[in-house]
Design a protein around this ligand. Structure first.
Ligand SMILES: [Ca+2]
Ligand SMILES: [Ca+2]
Length: 399
């Protein structure tokens, strides 16, 4: 289609003998779509100056500017291809099972963010264009070609350095959160957000089984789809500290950190270590609010929270709380750190319904994503308080 403008929402494009979706010039938007098992490229963008319509190379429509969002693309020769002079932006897509996941020819503009490129047959990314911009993606197993160089999965850091792209992206296997190619893992972090790349809303389309994927005995267990797990090995979801009062009696900020530590762990080698120096001279007890990141992957309300907590036997009071996208609090059980060593803390919201203090914007429902998980801790002043936590799990309600 030359110089056309088009918008597609919720379409399914499959089993064509040639390309699946092919744009020549124009301006196009495609979202919440499924494109799979077409013979050649699943999505292809070529520039076209439409000379027969009087078009010029400078015309804004010549580049075939295409925006693709929340779309699943499976199989074929390439997942997406953009040729010289073309412009393609993808966000929150899942591309898998093609020969090459994403192909940008020299002089093409490919913008790829928050997406997953997985289980392709040759390369997840083949980028011949220095104009490409990529970040917040997940690759698996992560065979990437940038300009003249090919990087196997164990050279991802070298790829990042050579390309200057994908600074917060990761090489990790996708773990399904259930339907619609929404993922529970891997997660990437930026600002205060912890998010899983890939589609951000479940597609209401008849997918059938993902036929392109061969079983991998080393693949992560997805039998508990609907669970978000954080093992505190590579990312720290529990990292934000808000003390009350905000400052020590001398007017200085409180010395407080919540960082990954290898001093103790339940799983793997690391756990989060909260360490706070609590000067005397203020209140007898401080309130230390330990907030998780904004958990974007928490796409449905939480029905159970579990984590491992290392008690110090101090009797310090700890209360568990969730906070939804509206800023509404869901108060859970409170307990005292009257034990020493690791212990699992479990909050089943069906057994122990949250107490929900009324707020101006609150509606009594968990509006997600994102969700925050909070520990409200009240240690005594005049010393150093240290706490470890590991293996945070959030079980989500059924779709
Ligand atoms: Ca751990
Ligand atoms: Ca709410």
């Amino acid at each position: 289609m030359n110089h056309s403008r088009s918008t597609y929402v919720g379409v399914r494009v499959e089993a064509n003998g040639a390309h699946g979706v092919h744009f020549n010039g124009g301006v196009h938007s495609l979202s919440d779509a499924l494109i799979r098992d077409n013979g050649l490229d699943q999505l292809r963008v070529d520039p076209d100056r439409a000379t027969h319509l009087g078009g010029t190379p400078e015309h804004p429509f010549a580049a075939g500017t295409t925006y693709v969002r929340n779309t699943v693309i499976l199989g074929g020769r390439s997942g997406v291809t953009v040729s010289r002079g073309g412009q393609l932006a993808l966000r929150h897509c899942f591309i898998g099972g093609a020969e090459v996941g994403a192909l940008a020819e020299a002089g093409a503009a490919l913008h790829l963010y928050g997406s997953v490129l997985a289980d392709c047959r040759q390369l997840e990314l083949h980028c011949e264009s220095a104009l490409a911009r990529l970040d917040a993606n997940a690759y698996w197993p992560g065979r990437l070609r940038w300009l003249e160089a090919t990087f196997p999965p164990d050279q991802f850091a070298a790829y990042q350095e050579a390309s200057g792209q994908d600074r917060v992206s990761v090489v990790a296997a996708p773990v399904s959160l259930g339907r619609g190619f929404r993922l529970a893992a891997p997660t990437i972090t930026w600002q205060d957000r912890l998010a899983a790349p890939g589609p951000q809303s479940e597609l209401d389309l008849p997918f059938g089984e993902p036929v392109w994927r061969t079983p991998d005995p080393a693949a992560p267990d997805t039998s508990q789809a609907g669970t978000l797990r954080f093992d505190f090995e590579s990312v720290n979801p529990w990292s934000r500290i808000y003390p009350v009062p905000e400052k020590a009696p001398d007017g200085q900020p409180l010395a407080a950190t919540a960082t990954l530590s290898d001093e103790r762990a339940v799983s793997g080698r690391q756990a989060v270590k909260l360490a706070v120096d609590l000067p005397a001279g203020g209140p007898p007890n401080w309130l230390i609010k330990l907030f998780s990141m904004h958990l974007e992957a928490c796409s449905r309300p939480v029905r159970m929270v579990r984590f491992q907590l290392h008690g110090d036997g101090s009797g310090t009071r700890v209360a568990l709380r969730l906070r939804d996208a509206d800023g509404e609090s869901f108060n859970g059980p409170a307990f005292s750190l009257d034990w020493q060593g690791w212990r699992q803390v479990t909050w089943d919201l069906a057994e122990t319904p949250p107490r929900v203090p009324p707020t101006a914007r609150g509606n009594g429902r968990q509006d997600v994503p994102p969700l925050e998980v909070i520990l409200d801790i009240t240690p005594a002043a005049g010393g150093r308080f240290v706490l470890y936590a590991d293996d945070l799990e959030l079980l989500l309600e059924e779709p």
